[in-house]
Ligand binder design. Sequence first.
Ligand code: GMT
Length: 394
Amino acid sequence: MKIGITCYPTYGGSGVVATELGIELAARGHEVHFITYSQPFRLTGREANIRYHEVPVSNYPLFEYPPYDLALATRMAEVAEIYGLDLLHVHYAIPHSISALLARQMLAKRGIHLPFITTLHGTDITLVGLDRSYLPITRFGIEESDGVTAISAHLQQHTVEAFGVTRPIEVIRNFVNCDLYCRNEELITQQRPQFARPNERLLVHLSNFRPVKRVLDVVEVFARVARAMPARLLMIGDGPDRSAAEFLARRLNLADRVTFVGKQENVNELLPLADLMIMPSEMESFGLAALEAMACRVPTIATRVGGIPELIWDGRGEGVGGSAANGDSANGLLYDVGAVEAMAEGAIWILSDAARLDAMASAARQTAQDHFCTSRIIPQYECYYEQIVAQANA
Ligand code: GMT
């Protein structure tokens, strides 16, 4: 198939999923066209079967707010016509679904069919979509899409309840390339000494440091762990709350134990260095960063919010080797938002027992492989594409 993909190309879960999806589809022989305002950060631009089309946004002085949505719609229609796209797949509802809708209408006038699929990632619904000024247009974009997917059953349900949409929404969860995200002993031997000594446990956090991620809770949890055992913290990513987190680490006399490495392109080379991931988010429609860590044999301490329980089955009360309702072994621990004391106790419980840590690490990897590996999820997208194109052409 010839597939156009639009997403936010900078750092962020939805852009990562869209880019990795394009890469995987291209590897399976599809022709993929990224239509975005800059090249998605995980693309080199030299991948076979992938082309990148920049969206130029004119800066005419009259435009206090340059009309990006219109420039995007125009470029979508142009690329679709020139390259004969079968469909457009847009990630994040606002404004991408509206631009795709305009492109579809422009092309229809010329007798060209261009169905489009919208994938909902979370904040497009939980934050942006529920802002009164965006709600009606977000709902309109969802209703007018030829197909809609959500990255978790929780997000699907939330969209139906919050927006009152009645159309079907397909659940296709986030995925990870388990060949790329894995434990690599050679890499660990070489790189881990940069961040921790052999006798120290290494905790990790990866996010865009927005308030919803509660990065100060990460530092608070770590402070308690560091009092109980030799430990260090690796903070990957950047965003509005980074300086507050750095300040807190200094105030708690932890500056030499916490390393902030900023935005990183190859997180698959950093995550396997850690023993435990901390994800204390206020909301997480799926929690891609936890999945990436789990594929690298790093279990996660997370909050019981959004789609996280679809990924992490809590091991408390069951002991290691216990199993969740679906029969899989416990692969992490879940807590209420803000429960830093309890999260720290859980982290210490896991990290103080090598056998327990190893069992959870194995379970985490197993979950990634059995349920969320690219080989399982990409065919779900392919199948859905075929269904939507067939419906549109019927
Ligand atoms: O988490 C963010 O702030 C980024 C956001 C995005 O859209 O870029 O992430 C969302 O999409 C990811 C990929 O589908 C999900 O794994 C994240 O859980 C989701 N974030 C939230 O729901 C807060």
